[in-house]
Design a protein around this ligand. Structure first.
Ligand SMILES: Cc1cc2nc3c(=O)[nH]c(=O)nc-3n(C[C@H](O)[C@H](O)[C@H](O)COP(=O)(O)O)c2cc1C
Length: 193
């Protein structure tokens, strides 16, 4: 079964990212099409990009890069759970993407964005999408956005996320699209056997 990595793209103390990601992981588990792994950028604890070579060469000198490469290589598809900061994707997410290159190639990716405000992070998604395509991801057309995340979470209990009623159905559609994006890869693997 393909492995979906749910990547938590915020790293600050008190963040709601883990609550949203925990909900997404449970729903993705119910979908049944993926083995689920949650990847927390706070735990990856990457410094700002510090490799001397271009990541496409894969000649990593730092252990943190080798560890991050091993983590991402386990994934067959990704769901980035990402807040919008000042109208954009988070710096830790872009940094974590920049560290690697071959590991991302041809891998399906979808985006679940959220904000305190009314946009749901759609501007950040639209900003990130061409970058993902440029790097070589297969970016899903469908994405998910959650506005007003402060009303859906509990500052006293960071594990709580009260998902809007239609979000689970929308997530299923996104996961179905990731499955479709994986299908040509499965076919080419089979052709090589
Ligand atoms: C640095 C920073 C910038 C933010 N910028 C925006 C923004 O542009 N629009 C918005 O609606 N909310 C913005 N917020 C509020 C976040 O959407 C809200 O704090 C959310 O919980 C952030 O995700 P996190 O808790 O996982 O870090 C910002 C928050 C931070 C910390």
């Amino acid at each position: 079964m393909p492995r979906l990595q749910i990547v938590i793209a915020s790293t600050r103390p008190g963040r709601v990212g883990p609550a949203v990601a925990t909900w997404a992981a449970a729903e993705a588990g119910r979908h049944g099409g993926f083995e689920i792994e949650t990847v927390d950028l706070a735990e990856a604890d990457l410094p700002f990009f510090d490799e001397p070579g271009h990541p496409s060469e894969g000649a990593y000198v730092h252990q943190h890069t080798k560890d991050w490469s091993a983590t991402v290589s386990r994934g067959d598809a990704y769901l980035f759970v990402m807040p919008m900061y000042n109208g954009a994707f988070t710096a830790p997410l872009k940094n974590a993407i920049d560290f690697l290159y071959q590991e991302w190639q041809d891998k399906p990716v979808a985006l679940l964005s959220y904000t305190a405000g009314p946009s749901g992070g759609v501007p950040a998604v639209e900003m990130l999408r061409p970058i993902l395509t440029r790097i070589g991801f297969r970016a899903a057309q469908r994405s998910l956005s959650v506005p007003g995340v402060g009303e859906l979470t509990d500052p006293a209990d960071p594990s709580v996320f009260h998902a809007p009623a239609d979000l689970a159905g929308d997530l299923k559609g996104v996961l179905d699209e990731l499955t479709e994006l994986l299908a040509p890869l499965d076919a080419s693997d089979a052709a090589q056997v």
